[in-house]
Ligand binder design. Structure first.
Ligand code: WT7
Length: 656
């Protein structure tokens, strides 16, 4: 990231991408300016154009990034599931809404818009028959099967607030989330399938619910033939309950600012935050960005390889694509099953035209070799997307040349769980690309770069922290149950601005390069984790007295997890250390989930601390980044000698 990226040349817009594009360069510039200078007029027009409202809004926006009062389209009423399904029936009831590709290659099912609507209505009625009503919270803990998307939409239909919990989370994480927002129901499956693994979802739900008193209903989709224990009066099989339910009706008319979903995400403290998104503004942002960024056309087969347990799955597998009446591919498996050619197999068989994935997945399959690509026909592809972390030059070039054959623009989209939708991104027919840069702001997005004191760094060729100065429709509204935390986390660091937590460069051409988090948040294989959460789950193992977790550069994961741990026991025999490491891994698996297990568990005699006892994570971070020469002044540490001891071992671990 040296020299502020000024050396990277632009790759001009591919001619092919300009033909028939929804937005051209002139329109982007004109509309962008209008979105910033006349936001009310701009957004009113878009809201009327892109969504179907039961009642028009009275005020377009009423937002303050100082008080944290964020309201869009107040007085307006609409239903998200009606926008995603019902409104498309007259013209395209028979168009595939969801193409599901199951765990085994070729195991596929297609649901038209009409069939999807029927399934969603049925689930809505089941929820209602169990007493779930408007405003109630429902946890969804499911594999990537169509019933997951239908359950989200069924909640939206009756005005219940869903909170999807990624199926890789442990029972404890699940119960924490259920308790935080007091869910009344859980929708799950008997088991999940991911590659060669079977995941005992219902069993995990049962375990979680031992600690959750608010849940009175568990709905279970049958994914495998395996029987699971069912608690009478509480649990029901989803398919059986749907069987006798009406296949239409049931849509509640919601206020624009009624909550749509809560999605928990990690921050710098040990406790995940329930990010709240509401109805009108979120749906507009998801719909419009999906249309513009992917340049959606009627015949597109659109495939986003994310999981609905994360925000990308919400906005760009379910809500955005369906609201646009597009065909969305839902993928249950993993990129390396049965081999690392799986994505290309799916793209070939379903004639996918738009593919959206994360750099970590690209790196994971690229390293397995090009022969896994070459046997597939990828000529249906038109646009490629990237999300979740900065995409390194090698991965970009491989994606662009090997997968896109130089014919497809890559849209490198920067956004966050909190932003609801894409914020900084190229547009296919508009933006010259620079590999590794998310390029330019989307409509209504006003990025600024500030220094540590909050002073705005004007002009091009600057590096600092990324903030946004204007509220946008898809912005989170609060942290569930803790509005103060919302304000403290996002609006207080740089008063009057939304602080993203990311470092950023604006280069000589005004292009944005997001270079990574400046807080204690790690982005490992596209999973967002707080170091504090991992540390506390390690200490819970009982074998560790104190832990410090930092991220280190990892070839595939982007960021790997490096845990420095002080052992409780004085016995440091090899056997004892191996046992302790196992206990640490088991504890993280239990308290968070397998995806948070550290790549490196390094037992240290002590941690670099200031005399007042604060752990100097900066020193640990420098070491794992291989920058042993710039550890800074260590003489003020309580025990400077510890640094050399740790550094020696870090060197040998990271070189092996
Ligand atoms: C963090 C948000 C956005 C949905 C998936 C992740 C990083 C995201 C990019 C990108 C560089 C990116 C940022 C951000 N990030 N997209 N295109 N280039 N960094 O959502 O889990 O809320 O994580 O992901 O650091 O703050 P999330």
């Amino acid at each position: 990231m040296s020299d502020m990226m000024s050396g990277v040349a632009k790759i001009p817009v591919i001619e092919r991408a300009k033909i028939g594009a929804l937005i051209d360069a002139g329109t982007y510039q004109r509309e962008y300016r209008r979105s910033i200078e006349q936001p009310e007029q701009f957004w009113a027009e878009k809201a009327a154009d892109l969504l179907e409202w039961e009642t028009p809004w009275k005020s377009v926006r009423n937002c303050s990034l100082t008080t944290g009062h964020i309201r869009w389209f107040e007085g307006g009423r609409l239903n998200v599931s009606v926008n995603c399904l019902d409104r498309h029936i007259p013209l395209q009831g028979d168009k595939p809404a969801i193409i599901w590709e199951g765990n085994e290659p070729g195991e596929t099912r297609t649901y038209t818009y009409q069939e999807s609507l029927e399934a969603v209505c049925k689930i809505s009625h089941v929820l209602k028959s169990r007493g779930v009503k408007r405003g109630d919270r429902v946890a969804i803990y499911m594999p990537m099967i169509p019933e997951l998307a239908f359950s989200m939409l069924a909640c939206a239909r009756i005005g219940a607030i869903h909170t999807v919990v990624f199926a890789g989370f442990s029972a404890e994480s699940l119960s924490d989330r259920i308790n935080d927002c007091q869910c009344v129901a859980v929708i799950t499956a008997n088991e999940g399938l991911r590659g060669a693994k079977t995941i005992p979802l219902k069993q995990t739900v049962d375990e979680a619910l031992l600690n959750c008193l608010s849940v009175t209903t568990v709905m279970v989709a049958r994914r495998t033939p395996t029987e699971v224990s069912m608690t009478a009066g509480r649990d029901l099989w989803l398919a059986e309950a749907m069987h006798d339910s009406p296949a239409d009706g049931g849509a509640e008319v919601m206020e624009a600012e009624d909550p749509l979903f809560i999605l928990y995400t990690s921050g710098s403290t040990g406790k995940p935050k329930g990010v709240l998104h509401t109805t009108g503004g979120y749906l507009l942002h998801a719909t419009m960005t999906h249309r513009d960024v992917f340049d959606i056309r009627p015949d597109d087969i659109y495939f986003c390889a994310a999981d609905c347990g994360w925000v990308t799955g919400h906005s760009y597998i379910v809500y955005g694509p369906l609201s646009n009446g597009a065909t969305t591919v839902m993928f249950e498996s993993i990129p390396t099953y049965p081999d690392a050619g799986r994505y290309w197999d799916v793209i070939d068989r379903h004639k996918v035209s738009i593919f959206y994935t994360a750099p970590t997945a690209i790196r994971a399959v690229a390293k397995e070799g090009d022969h896994l690509v070459d046997s597939y026909d990828l000529s249906s592809l038109r646009i490629l997307g990237s999300v979740g972390e900065p995409i390194n030059e090698d991965a970009w070039a491989w994606y662009y040349n090997r997968i896109g054959k130089g014919r497809c623009p890559i849209v490198d989209t920067w956004w966050q769980t909190e932003t609801g939708g894409i914020m900084i991104t190229p547009l296919p027919g508009v933006t010259d690309l620079k590999p590794g840069s998310a390029t330019l702001p989307y409509f209504g997005v006003s990025p600024v770069i500030v220094d540590e004191t909050g002073a705005e760094l004007k002009g091009n060729g600057v590096k600092g922290r990324l903030c946004l100065t204007q509220a946008w429709p898809g912005m989170m509204r609060t942290v569930w149950g803790d509005h103060k935390r919302f304000i403290d986390t996002y609006l207080t660091t740089f008063p009057g601005k939304y602080f993203t937590g990311d470092a950023c460069i604006r280069d000589q051409d005004g292009y944005y390069w997001i270079t990574g988090r400046v807080d204690d948040v790690l982005n490992c294989s596209g999973h967002r984790l707080g170091t504090a959460e991992i540390e506390s789950s390690i200490v819970h193992s009982q074998v560790v007295a104190e832990a410090a977790v930092v991220g280190f550069p990892h070839d595939v994961k982007g960021t790997g997890i490096y845990a420095f741990c002080i052992l409780r026991s004085a016995d440091t025999s090899e056997n004892q250390l191996a046992k302790a490491a196992d206990a640490v891994r088991a504890s993280v698996r239990k308290h968070i989930g397998a995806f948070a297990v550290p790549d490196q568990i390094h037992f240290v005699p002590g941690l670099p601390k200031t005399r007042s006892g604060k752990i100097m994570r900066r020193i640990l971070r420098k070491m794992v980044e291989g920058e042993f020469g710039s550890l800074g002044d260590v003489s003020t540490l309580a025990d400077p000698s510890v640094v050399d001891v740790i550094a020696k071992e870090v060197r040998s671990r990271l070189s092996s």
